[in-house]
Design a protein around this ligand. Structure first.
Ligand code: ZN
Length: 198
């Protein structure tokens, strides 16, 4: 039964389709939104549409950004000879939060998964290999320790080995199946410092 009127129900349905938002939270958010001043709701809606419209991928590291080259790649203080390979822009965010990593990143925008039919050609690997034609000392593979993350790490290390560039994998301080986003900063740093050469 439609207790709230179809417009509010529609809003609740839309919100509950977002990740991490259950039915109760969706209801609470929906009622909060409809009780907000109209111009605040407009600002919220505009920022959602605006973010979606202006989002693109950094032409260097492939992370999500709203400019051609992301702030990290355009920062002259970052060490461009060290590239950390992560699966998503959220993983990049997790390492950035530690404030201790001075290199740059490469965001694959996914991981190889034969089960889901995601092959090496479906992630941003070609872009990584092109970057390695420049001056690079080390590639740190920081994909998740899930089956997909490990498969991807192995595949990348095999690709890079012949180039003579040092390849390392973050330590197993990151729990198996662990999503980097949910791991605390100390664990992330320990995993980075304890990386082993492949
Ligand atoms: Zn970038």
């Amino acid at each position: 039964m439609d207790y709230y009127g179809s417009e509010v129900t529609k809003l609740i349905e839309q919100l509950s389709s977002l990740p991490g938002i259950g039915g109760k939270t969706a209801q609470r958010l929906a009622f909060h939104i409809v009780s907000m001043p109209e111009e605040r709701v407009q600002q919220l809606a505009d920022s959602i549409v605006g973010a979606r419209k202006h989002i693109c991928y950094c032409k260097v590291c492939c992370t999500m950004t709203d400019r051609e080259v992301c702030p990290i790649c355009s920062d002259p203080k970052r060490d461009r000879r060290t590239i950390m390979v992560v699966e998503t822009s959220r993983d990049l965010g997790a390492y950035e939060k530690t404030g201790k990593y001075e290199g740059v990143y490469h965001v694959l925008q996914g991981a190889i998964s034969p089960l889901l039919g995601i092959g090496p050609g479906d992630i941003r690997l070609k872009e990584l290999m092109t970057r390695l034609e420049g001056d690079v000392d080390e590639v740190i593979i920081a994909t998740n320790s899930s089956l997909e993350g490990e498969t991807t790490a192995m595949y990348i290390s095999r690709l890079i080995k012949p180039t003579g560039i040092k390849v390392s994998r973050i330590a197993s301080g990151v729990p198996v199946g662990g999503d980097l986003e949910y791991i605390d900063e100390v664990t992330l740093l320990r995993a980075l410092e304890g990386r082993t050469q492949l």
